[in-house]
Design a protein around this ligand. Structure first.
Ligand SMILES: [Zn+2]
Length: 133
């Protein structure tokens, strides 16, 4: 979380919004374990009555969680579509494995954007990804 005074104001606002979502989400209570227990209590109408205490931080998170997650998944899909490999078209000694570059940022495939997405959402580190350069 660095703030560079010379940074473009648009970039700065965007960073602040993303950091606010991160902080809001970190402060909220995780429902992961509770949901596992609640799932078995879903009644014949498809609901489970929940009585719980929500902290102010949880309400802050819940108020925007759906919209935030929709935005993040839309962003992820847009980045996924933008950053995809294409044949670099150069002369290579290995015609079976041509050098691929990202069609958007032109880094060698897999590009840093795809690698970042893969590390965040790909279920951990993928040892099959070669080093990019
Ligand atoms: Zn790329």
């Amino acid at each position: 979380m660095r703030t560079d005074r010379s940074e473009d104001p648009h970039r700065q606002r965007l960073r602040e919004r993303l950091e606010a979502i991160l902080i809001r989400t970190e402060k909220a209570t995780s429902w992961h374990d509770k949901v596992g227990r609640l799932r078995s209590l879903v009644n014949h109408e498809g609901f489970v009555p929940v009585h719980t205490k929500l902290a102010g931080e949880d309400l802050d998170f819940l108020a925007d969680a759906r919209d935030d997650l929709l935005r993040f998944s839309e962003l992820g899909l847009r980045l996924f579509d933008l950053h995809q490999p294409r044949d670099a078209g150069g002369i290579t000694s290995d015609s079976a494995n041509p050098i691929l570059r990202c069609r958007s940022c032109m880094w060698r495939w897999p590009c840093p954007t795809f690698r970042a997405m893969s590390e965040s959402f790909g279920g951990g580190h993928d040892s099959t990804l070669p080093e990019s350069g």
